[in-house]
Design a protein around this ligand. Structure first.
Ligand code: SAM
Length: 211
């Protein structure tokens, strides 16, 4: 893994949550200091999307998750500069986060924008959107919670839709279209390169066990 450069920071970490101890789950009410709907951006990167959403939705709590601290620190600084109080950031691995760190039923909306495509066939097992990821989503999403996904990679997009379309716990809904202000950092890059972007969204169907 590449070593992270430690930058000279003007701000201490403001919204980056302390690492969770091995068995601990996040308590959103404590982390945000209030009860509010929770939206989670998995692999939030530098957070252009999260900053825009948090600005226009002050009544919603936004959790950004990424494994790269250097990206979270840039986002943290921007959130402070923007005076946003409804963002929290967690440095954590995505699958571990949704399967063991976020409480069941806590998430109203989950965003997965431009996950690493792992284009080589022998690396497909590393792709984020997988059966384990869907099990995690099934756990953390509230009933009727939704997940929005986007990728520039046509093969991965087909795989994402296939795995979600086959899973009866999720039902396809109209794809989420970001506003100009909400386009992610990578979305802007891919648009500038003229790449087509696939977008799809699914609602969670809490299945009631047969009696
Ligand atoms: C291609 S970037 C997209 C960032 C952002 N969503 C955007 O659209 O600008 C993928 C992001 O996911 C993060 N990431 C990749 N694999 C991850 C994992 N297993 N757990 C947590 N974050 C991950 C990377 O650090 C990176 O910030």
């Amino acid at each position: 893994m590449a070593r992270e450069r430690v930058s000279n920071r003007q701000f201490p970490d403001a919204y980056i949550l302390p690492p969770l101890s091995p068995e601990a789950r996040l308590d959103p009410a404590t982390a945000f200091g209030r009860q509010a709907p929770l939206e989670v951006d998995i692999g939030c990167g530098r957070g252009r999307f999260l900053l825009a959403r948090a600005t226009t939705n002050p009544g919603v709590n936004f959790l950004g998750v990424d494994q790269l601290l250097i990206r979270l620190r840039k986002l943290d600084r921007r959130a402070v500069e923007a005076g946003l109080a409804n963002i929290r950031l967690l440095r954590s691995e995505a699958i571990e986060t949704i399967t063991t760190r976020i409480p069941a039923g806590a998430v109203d909306t989950c965003y997965v924008f431009f996950p690493d495509p792992w284009p080589k066939r022998r690396h497909h097992g590393r792709r984020l959107v997988s059966p384990a990821f869907l099990d995690g989503l099934d756990c953390i999403l509230a009933p009727a919670g939704v997940v929005h996904l986007a990728t520039d990679h046509a093969d991965y997009f087909a795989a994402i839709q296939g795995i979600l379309d086959r899973d009866s716990r999720f039902v396809r809904i109209a794809p989420f279209q970001p506003t100009e202000a909400e386009e992610t950092d990578f979305g802007l890059i891919f648009r500038a390169q003229g790449l087509a972007v696939g977008r799809c969204s699914y609602a969670h169907r809490k299945l009631t066990p047969a009696t």
